[in-house]
Design a protein around this ligand. Structure first.
Ligand code: GLA
Length: 363
């Protein structure tokens, strides 16, 4: 049997930071970089995983049961386990992974790894499952097997992305809508060079604080709270700040939808910068490097706004810029960042791209 190939992209989060696990709304896009998986079935129960740039072979056995081990392999093993639980006849297989997505940039290499595995394995061991259920299955692998309580944003973006479109995910309704990205605007991603990792505990801590706010306000989730209601609520100060971020982000996403449809880059960009401000003040998931990058980007002519993208605590920013200015801006921002912080950043134009559904998913 010849090798099967699968590809799943990373994603850029444009607005709606940490709203996904609060039943909220998000705007994102799949990007042109991601994870490739190549593999084949084996005639025994063995699983062999390899990854470009990482030495060694990970060996596991379906017979012995799959358990987390604490390394990168937990993502593919977790997906294999969840697919098996969902009824796929997962047997032995070999898979090799390679990435053109920088890990630790907050561009969702984890979800890309999960989705690439899921696409590969559903080709090798067919299972009837809808794209949304596949996204949820990948999320379950991350929640229950890897141990990160992430929401659904990354997996949905990696699966549902569409070239030149922004994804609008409503996590309560579980709906995905695609909105054309204005053709005269561009997205510039600038990696701060300081890694972001979600396994650090801050992510789950923020999540708990959000849940505490909802519980104290006697609502199912922070999605159900308006900024006026929050202002009047009697909450511990830190919990209130966390909630203010989520409530503000949901409101910003709803406002942004109209601006996006009207191609109003200035107004959309202002919301992105306001989102970053709220990350700095309320959610405290930014870093001095990300703050420096946003400050540098937003003072350039041709940049409409900028914010951290993804979980935070390191990683990259995304800036909304005039497409005609993207090259100049990229050079200028990197030069200013180096002279201001001593860090060498990395910048690239981000293209809203097709997700796994368009690429290779045929469920
Ligand atoms: C990470 C998580 C997502 C989401 C973002 C923040 O990327 O995996 O589920 O919570 O952070 O919006």
């Amino acid at each position: 049997m010849s090798d099967i190939h699968a590809f799943a992209p990373g994603r850029v989060e444009l607005l709606g930071n940490h709203t996904d696990y609060n039943g909220g709304v998000v705007l994102s896009a799949a990007i042109q970089m991601g994870i490739h998986a190549t593999g084949r079935r084996r005639n025994d129960e063995k699983i062999r995983l390899t990854s470009e740039g990482i030495e060694g072979v990970i060996e596991a056995s379906r017979k012995a049961g799959l358990l987390p081990r604490g390394g990168w392999e937990d993502y593919p093993l977790g997906v294999a386990e969840m697919l098996a639980r969902a009824g796929a006849g997962i047997g032995g297989f070999e898979a090799h992974f390679s990435a053109d997505l920088p890990p630790g940039a907050g561009l969702s290499s984890s979800a890309a790894l999960e989705v690439a595995t899921a696409v590969l394995l559903t080709k090798l061991f067919p299972l009837e499952i809808s794209p949304l259920d596949l996204a949820k299955l990948c999320r379950r692998a991350e929640n229950e097997f890897v141990g990160v309580s992430c929401g659904l944003l990354d997996q949905v973006s990696s699966i549902f992305g569409k070239k030149d479109h922004v994804i609008h995910l409503d996590c309560r309704a579980e709906t995905v809508a695609l909105i054309p990205f204005p053709s005269d605007l561009g997205l510039l991603i600038v990696h701060s060079g300081v890694k972001h990792a979600l396994t650090g505990g801050e992510y789950n801590e923020r999540r708990d604080q959000c849940f505490e706010a909802a519980k104290r306000m006697r609502v199912p989730a922070l999605r159900d709270v308006t900024s006026t209601e929050l202002a009047a609520a009697d909450l511990p100060p830190l919990v209130k700040k966390r909630a203010a971020h989520i409530v503000g982000e949901n409101e910003r996403v709803f406002q942004a939808l109209d601006f996006l449809r009207a191609g109003n880059g200035d107004a959309f960009g202002r919301l992105m910068t306001a989102s970053h401000q709220s990350s700095m003040e309320n959610f405290q998931n930014s870093t001095p490097e990300l703050d420096a990058l946003v400050a540098i980007a937003t003072r350039q002519k041709g940049c409409h706004g900028a914010r951290l993208t993804g979980g935070g605590f390191g990683g990259a920013i995304v800036a909304l810029v005039d497409l005609s200015q993207i090259e100049n801006l990229s050079e200028k921002i990197l030069a200013d960042y180096l002279s201001l912080t001593g860090h060498t950043g990395k910048a690239f134009r981000c293209l809203a791209s097709d997700g796994a559904l368009a690429n290779s998913l045929s469920v």
